[in-house]
Design a protein. Structure first.
Length: 256
């Protein structure tokens, strides 16, 4: 039987989502707990990779199990076994061909910047004290939707079959707290793409680049033209969207 899991995690202690031979990963941590709990080897497939130190406020994964089980009981026990930085929100039965990665139609990432030193946000936002022009940053963000090839923001040697992505929304918002929040949605993302976009739009906001220069950077399809990637702790995978009826979503999308 196949099951979907909704979960969230703080990525600070992990080398990312994907299993690694000699470093802790979110995937491996959950697999080890499920294997012990269900008493059979369990491998899980995630909606996508997140890099070292990146968080997920909403994530979806699937796994197969040779026998049915009480999902609520397994959910409770699994959360007791996992470390405090990983929380499983739901486990639901799905069709045998449902796929957490390939059936995802859209993914959303959210990035937070704090303009003030805040010890309670240091693990969940980029502490950045230079004044930023949010209007110019939004002009640059809007320009992203004029392009499909994002090689300028793709990490080298990532073995991507294509660097084509379709961005459907990109926007900076100044929140009541004074923090800046960047939200970007697309059908897919390249490795390090969002952090690179954030770093480059921040350079637009502080006056290093004009919006037209930002367009030139994207059009160049040259990673050396873009800015350094923003720190990982401010980045969250915040939503994964599937076609209606694929599975019963239990976690409601947070209002933004």
């Amino acid at each position: 039987m196949r099951y979907f899991m909704e979960l969230k995690y703080d990525g600070a202690a992990y080398c990312g989502w994907q299993r690694q031979p000699d470093q802790p990963s979110v995937q491996q941590t959950i697999e080890q707990a499920l294997t012990k709990l269900l008493r059979e080897p369990i491998e899980i497939v995630g909606a996508g990779r997140t890099d070292t130190g990146v968080n997920a406020s909403y994530y979806v994964a699937h796994f197969d199990c040779g026998r049915p089980f009480d999902a609520e009981q397994v959910l409770y026990k699994l959360n007791m076994m996992l470390p405090q930085d990983i929380a499983i929100c739901s486990i639901v039965t799905v069709a045998d061909d449902a796929h957490a990665r390939f059936d995802a139609r859209e993914r959303e990432y959210t990035y937070y910047i704090s303009p003030h030193k805040n010890p309670f946000r240091r693990a969940a936002a980029w502490m950045y004290y230079v004044p930023l022009n949010v209007e110019r940053m939004n002009e640059a963000a809007k320009a992203l939707m004029e392009f499909e090839d994002f090689t300028s923001f793709a990490k080298l040697n990532s073995n991507n079959k294509t660097n084509i992505c379709h961005i459907r929304h990109a926007e900076w918002v100044r929140m009541e707290s004074g923090e800046l929040r960047f939200t970007i949605r697309a059908d897919r993302f390249l490795r390090n793409m969002v952090r690179s976009i954030v770093g480059t739009t921040v350079d637009v906001g502080r006056g290093r680049y004009t919006v037209e220069q930002f367009r030139e950077i994207v059009a160049a399809r040259d990673l050396s033209r873009s800015s350094a990637g923003a720190p990982p702790q401010g980045l969250f995978l915040s939503d994964v969207v599937y076609k209606d009826g694929l599975f019963e979503r239990r976690v409601q999308r947070e209002s933004r």
